[in-house]
Design a protein around this ligand. Structure first.
Ligand SMILES: *Cc1c(COP(=O)(O)O)cnc(C)c1O
Length: 381
């Protein structure tokens, strides 16, 4: 079946007992032991839950993956994958990545003795130089956060595999509707379901899928042993969100294209990073590996300070000045004082994160209202 049909139906069918069309929320911690001779499916809620199983099947289907494992958050999904590393192992990651993953690598993984190299994953030369015989994982995002750069997933996966490293792609920004990294050579695909998959900014969740039995065994063991599981209600909410992913993404993309075109022409805007713009360095690559350009963009305002940038963001009425992304509502953030606020000014400058950089998560509102809101705010500069 095709994507939109799988989004609505995969992993679920009307409940056998009642005919309920929506998946039941199995709010239980334990299950009766099955009679002798019958297969054991559920025993205890940490290891598995039927609502969670439906979610895992649904999302795995959207990524065309053999296996899917749901987690309590995107970060706990990251943690579960990286618990496979041991002291002395090495990981290569992007220098332009989600702040929480950057913090995890620097402050959780590195102190445990794993060597971490951050580099520019938009350059295969930089990646080749960073790889070592001890490299066990290459971790990438595309589009990246917060600069919305496009990484050549296939090319980097080939480099990584040449030294036997596993390839993890954080596909949160693209969603499975726009990009399917397993088909480009990734070994593991991670999502913060908090974002586009949930889609309504009403839950926190994570997900990993893979075609590897070995990785699935590792991840299932982490779920059972460490227990970073999503509750049944949150699983239900992600399932409900996933049903409309394809419809929402189309509007996210068309609105983002309209906002990017508007900002690119605006005298108070110095730069727009959006792969849907023909002038964008990631345009051709995005066209190759994505089906559309996504709902995320970055822009550099012609403001004179961090404080003035924040004032402009506070003056928006349709956009909300807030962390996060991927919901139906438009959000705007200021990486220099939010996601990357813990870095030194020099570190931020090296990464290209200026005080005037803003990151926009374009929602599914009317595009004209978004443009008018930006117009009234930018006129204050
Ligand atoms: C939000 C996010 C995460 C972390 O997910 P949580 O659900 O907040 O724990 C990881 N990667 C990306 C790209 C994200 O946007």
């Amino acid at each position: 079946m095709r994507f939109a049909t799988r989004a609505v139906h995969a992993g679920q069918k009307p409940d056998e007992a009642t005919g309920s069309i929506m998946p039941p929320i199995y709010q239980t911690s334990t299950y009766r032991q099955p009679p002798a001779g019958s297969a054991t499916t559920y025993e205890y809620g940490r290891a598995a839950n039927p609502t969670r199983t439906m979610l895992e099947k649904n999302l795995a289907s959207l990524e065309d993956a053999a296996y899917g494992i749901a987690f309590a958050s995107g970060m706990s999904a990251t943690d579960a994958i990286l618990r496979a590393l041991r002291p002395g192992d090495h990981i290569v990651a992007s220098d332009d990545m989600y702040g929480g993953n950057y913090r995890y690598l620097k402050l959780v993984l590195a102190p445990m003795g794993v060597q971490v190299t951050f580099t520019d994953l938009t350059s295969t030369d930089a990646v080749t130089q960073a790889l070592r015989s001890a490299t066990k994982v290459v971790w990438m995002e595309s589009p990246t956060n917060p600069l919305i750069q496009i990484v050549d997933i296939q090319a980097i996966a080939e480099c990584a595999h040449s030294v036997g490293a596993a390839v993890v792609v954080d596909n949160t920004f693209a969603s499975p509707y726009l990009q399917q990294p397993l088909s480009l050579g990734a070994d593991l695909v991670l999502h913060s379901t908090t974002k586009y998959l949930g889609g309504h900014s009403d839950l926190v969740g994570g997900f990993v899928c893979t075609n590897s039995e070995e990785w699935t065994e590792h991840l299932r063991f982490q779920v059972k042993c460490v227990g970073a599981i999503p509750g049944p209600m949150d699983c239900f909410l992600v399932l409900r969100g996933a049903k409309s992913l394809h419809v929402r993404m189309e509007r996210h993309c068309s609105n983002a294209q309209a906002v990017a075109a508007y900002l690119a022409d605006h005298p108070k805007i110095a730069q727009v990073n959006y792969p849907g713009l023909k002038s964008d360095p990631g345009h051709d690559l995005a066209k190759k590996q994505m089906t559309d350009f996504g709902g995320m963009l970055a822009a550099v305002l012609r403001t004179s300070s961090s404080a003035q940038t924040r004032d402009i963001l506070h003056s928006l009425n349709v956009f909300t000045f807030a962390e996060s992304l991927g919901g139906v509502e438009s959000l705007i953030g200021h990486p220099a004082t939010m996601s990357h606020g813990a870095l030194t000014a020099e570190e931020r400058a090296n990464l290209g994160i200026s005080d005037n950089l803003v990151r926009l998560s374009i929602g599914i509102e009317d595009a004209e209202d978004l443009l008018e809101d930006l117009e009234q705010a930018l006129s204050r500069i």
